[in-house]
Design a protein around this ligand. Structure first.
Ligand code: URA
Length: 438
């Protein structure tokens, strides 16, 4: 490892708006993993960087340091194009459960390294672990073999794969240091590069429920990720999509798995399904399939049940109870208290997306501190979006809680989070921009 450098000097330089060199960043990440830089020092440095900003060179150096911190998955020799997809994180955003099996059904080899819940957003791994028996801890060899056997694997970037991201991700989650383009880009792209796929599709979320609040910052993050990926020789593209309101109708771990299964079973329409199809078609396009053909193939594989069958094989291969595919609620954990709420008669004018994510977290679906256990059963269902007409008789939010007191606490907040008006208003666009695809 280069260095050693004086960590307090690096923190001070970042605090004062200076830039860290590539060798300093390589040392810092290695020293943190080795226990020579402690959590407090790393958190101070991250916070300084979040406030002052990191340069593109620092983002590239961070990505390289992440990749160098562990093993790389070698996907060479697999038949079919290797594809990975990653969302920068949102609320009700479980597209992986539909997109990954869809791509596998279309002949791609999907090697997906995922993360846990972060801040107010849910995490793919936490959601998958709500399926009884499902393991997300696959060693690099098993991960590769599973992709070879069934066309897909979804695993934690833990242990020997990008261990630095695992440590930093958990630290950022509890120190308010998530929302930095460079930290997000290096965290995402470190996992993508170590994961070994030749084609990488990013779903960069923008809006109140995302880490990037507006299109300008979302597009900047998308361009940063795409340039890091392309510079590393991976065909990389990004869809910049709406997170001003939850994507799917479910927010919470088991609830989101159930929604995804119902979508794979053809039982659900709406924004979640539309974005899943768009992401699958965009990823296919990166592998060289023309856009129109990619869209048509993705729709066919969803409608004829091939994607559902791939999901079944994924669950079986990773030890989960496959009955989740036929009847999700026969195996998924249910919350003991279900309460409904409506904002009254009118047209939905505003949904506080981040706040809904936080409320799901408050119910137990997310973490407050490093190491907290998430409650797989709790969360929220939201049946309407901006522009939809609703009535006082129809529930708009369904609260799944551990106790009556927990449900009461959410009900007392919802009037500030979901608002109606008398006048009609337009629905919100789902896809805001594309970088390197479409
Ligand atoms: N997703 C990631 O993998 N990392 C981040 O930092 C944010 C979202």
């Amino acid at each position: 490892m280069p260095g050693p450098f004086v960590v307090t000097g690096l923190i001070g330089r970042k605090r004062d708006g200076g830039e860290l060199r590539q060798d300093e960043i390589a040392w810092l990440i290695a020293a943190y993993l080795a226990g020579e830089v402690d959590d407090a020092q790393m958190a101070a440095l991250l916070m300084a960087g979040v406030i002052q900003g990191f340069s593109v060179q620092e983002a590239v150096a961070l990505t390289e340091a992440f990749v160098a911190s562990g093993d790389r998955v070698d996907l060479g020799g697999l038949h079919g194009p290797t594809v990975d997809k990653h969302s920068t994180g949102g609320v009700g955003d479980g597209t992986t459960f539909v997109v990954a099996p869809l791509l596998a059904a279309l002949g791609c080899q999907v090697a997906k390294l995922s993360g846990r819940g972060l801040g107010h957003t849910g995490g793919t791994l936490d959601k998958l672990e709500s399926i009884p028996g499902f393991t997300v801890d696959l060693a690099a060899d098993r991960f590769r073999d599973q992709v070879n056997d069934i066309g897909l694997a979804v695993a934690a970037a833990t242990g020997d794969i990008v261990p630095a991201d695992k440590r930093l991700y958990a630290l950022r989650d509890v120190t308010g240091t998530v929302a930095s383009p460079a930290l997000i880009a290096s965290s995402v792209m470190g996992k993508k590069l170590a994961g070994g796929a030749q084609h990488v599709l990013l779903d960069v979320k923008v809006g109140d429920g995302a880490f990037m609040p507006d299109d300008a910052q979302g597009i900047a993050l998308a361009k940063l990720c795409v340039s890091i990926g392309n510079a590393a020789g991976r065909r990389t593209g990004a869809v910049v999509s709406d997170m001003s309101q939850p994507l799917g109708d479910a927010i919470g771990n088991a609830l989101e798995v159930a929604l995804a299964v119902e979508t794979l079973r053809g039982e659900r329409e709406g924004r979640f399904r539309r974005l899943c199809l768009d992401l699958a078609a965009s990823a296919l396009e990166l592998t060289g399939v023309p856009a129109d053909a990619a869209t048509q193939r993705a729709r066919e594989a969803l409608e004829d049940g091939r994607a559902l069958e791939r999901f079944r094989r994924l669950v079986e291969a990773q030890g989960g109870d496959p009955r989740v595919v036929d009847d999700p609620w026969s195996v998924l954990p249910r919350a003991p208290v279900v309460r409904t709420w409506s904002p009254g008669d009118g047209v939905i004018a505003r949904i506080g997306c981040r706040r809904l994510g936080e409320l799901a977290g408050q119910l137990g679906a997310g973490r407050r501190r490093q190491g907290d256990r998430v409650d797989p059963a709790v969360g929220l269902e939201l049946t309407a979006r901006v522009g939809d007409a609703v009535s006082a008789e129809e529930p708009v939010v369904r609260i799944h809680a551990r106790s009556d007191a927990d449900a009461d606490a959410i009900v007392s907040e919802l009037a500030q989070v979901v608002a109606v008006q008398d006048e009609p208003t337009d629905p919100v666009e789902l896809v805001h921009a594309r970088v390197g695809v479409g």
